[in-house]
Design a protein around this ligand. Structure first.
Ligand SMILES: [Cu+2]
Length: 477
């Protein structure tokens, strides 16, 4: 995973439709008024964009994304967002036809400093109208981007200007407030960070600062376009429109203070969980959390439309899983509903079916792990439900899963993937070769159904085992 290519592919495109035509028909002054739009074609994590103008700050790294450059114009930071159809590689082997900004979904991260006056040109190259809402910002009501309520919608081919002062430091996002269900289901969203202008009593300085958005799609295996009518039953759970093993790892130096900012623009909550460390929630899209109101966690639930920034000191070396704790959110799409087959021996049946359908294979009779390694032919443009290879074998993951890699020799400012962790000898779980005795077991009635437990009294563990194993006359559980 995370082959980091050199991806500075900022192809300049003129902001007004069609370069040559626009240049010959629009005056130089008019063209100069609109900052050049930059686009991004790579789905990789770009290095942080170091500010060259304006107040200094410690830039973020957008996971599998990038930060939008700006132009300074008489003290105003000018950005140019282009809403347009994009092709997003969600993982190697799977491309999605989405809508986004400046060539990708999500759009680029916007980074500014508290007190900056910001002017954002938004050009609409979608087939329908749109608008941009600046989630969490203090701003004049008419800049809030709710089409119909605070502004007319931006029609296809038109460019609108939003302008306001970034008043509050924190973690924010942007997304359309026009035909929202469609446009967010198609991938239209982006992150926004307002850095504090001075040292802030509730905002610590960190060594590594990451940001990504939780998003979800319903794309049938083999299809390219999301089903935009889906309201709850999504099948691809993504971070910045990438799914494991397409999500880059978060690579840090041992003892770094690490901040991860996460926003949720899916239609359900995501309990985001880290291994091997504890974090605290230091901020939300409402601002920094007062220090007295923080407590340690290893999982924080991020509800729909919320942002959370978590912080921890990465003081344990290793490859630490970092993922949504809903287990079906660390899986990729399945083409069909599969019943639980655990305990069902379908070898005989499979043999018979194989005579009719040679490609048929049995799955799930010992659990679902064999799905990870299955060689059943997949349609084009999809990836397995549970996949990814680690140093010890298959990871059997998908969706919202990545790894925080903590290394003592990771250089400051170096975000490159250091490869798999080399565990010191004697620190890896190992196979036991000695005699295995009886393990203590839960008393019988706890297993055997509440209604009979009372008068059945205590059974031995082996009696219960026999009962559980007896064929039940209905499907395996
Ligand atoms: Cu989740």
């Amino acid at each position: 995973m995370s082959t980091r290519r050199d991806f500075f592919k900022l192809a300049g495109i003129t902001g007004i439709a069609g370069g040559a035509l626009a240049a010959s028909t629009v005056s130089k002054v008019a063209l100069a008024a609109l900052p050049e739009a930059v686009t991004q074609t790579s789905p990789d994590t770009m290095p942080p964009l170091q500010p060259k103008t304006g107040r200094p700050y410690n830039p973020v790294v957008t996971l599998n994304g990038w930060t939008l450059p700006w132009r300074m114009n008489n003290g105003v930071k000018e950005f140019h967002l282009v809403a347009e159809p994009v092709v997003r590689e969600m993982a190697p082997g799977m491309k999605a036809h989405l809508w986004g900004y400046n060539g990708q979904s999500p759009g680029p991260t916007i980074e500014v400093v508290e007190g900056d006056r910001v002017r954002i040109f938004v050009t609409n190259r979608l087939p329908e109208h749109t608008s941009v809402h600046w989630h969490g910002q203090r701003l004049p009501n008419g800049m809030d981007g709710v089409s119909g309520l605070t502004q007319p919608s931006i029609q296809p081919g038109k460019t609108f200007v939003y302008e306001f002062v970034a008043r509050r430091p924190g973690t924010f996002m942007y997304h359309p407030h026009a035909d929202e269900m469609t446009q967010m289901a198609m991938g239209m969203m982006g992150s926004w960070i307002t850095h504090p202008k001075n040292k802030h009593p509730q905002i610590d300085e960190v060594d590594r600062d990451f940001i990504f958005l939780l998003n979800a799609y319903d794309i049938e295996p083999g299809a390219y376009k999301p089903n935009i009518m889906t309201m709850t039953d999504f099948n691809l759970w993504s971070w910045n429109s990438r799914i494991f093993p397409g999500i880059d790892t978060l690579n840090v130096r041992k003892n770094d203070r690490v901040r991860i900012r996460i926003g949720n623009l899916t239609m359900t909550n995501h309990p985001i969980h880290i291994h091997g460390h504890e974090f605290t929630v230091t901020g939300t899209d409402g601002g920094p959390v007062p220090r007295t109101a923080r407590w340690p966690e290893v999982t924080t639930d991020i509800a729909v439309g919320q942002m959370r920034q978590v912080e921890f000191v990465a003081d344990e070396e290793g490859d630490w899983s970092f993922h949504c704790h809903k287990s079906h959110h660390t899986m990729n799409a399945m083409g069909h509903n599969v019943p639980s087959m655990i305990g069902v021996d379908h070898k005989d049946v499979a043999g018979k079916i194989n005579k009719l359908i040679p490609a048929y294979m049995t799955m799930g009779d010992k659990g679902m792990a064999d799905m990870g390694a299955m060689e059943m032919p997949l349609p084009d443009n999809t990836i397995p439900m549970m996949t990814g290879e680690g140093p010890f074998g298959g990871l059997e993951m998908g969706g919202m899963f990545s790894v925080v890699k903590v290394r003592k020799d990771q250089k400051p400012g170096d975000y490159k993937d250091p490869g798999w962790y080399k565990h010191p000898q004697g620190t890896v779980a190992y196979e036991y070769g000695g005699p295995v005795g009886e393990a203590p077991r839960q008393p019988a009635h706890a297993h055997a159904g509440m209604q009979h437990a009372a008068h059945r009294g205590a059974h031995t563990a082996s009696e219960v085992e026999v009962q559980v194993r007896k064929p039940q006359g209905h499907s395996g559980h």
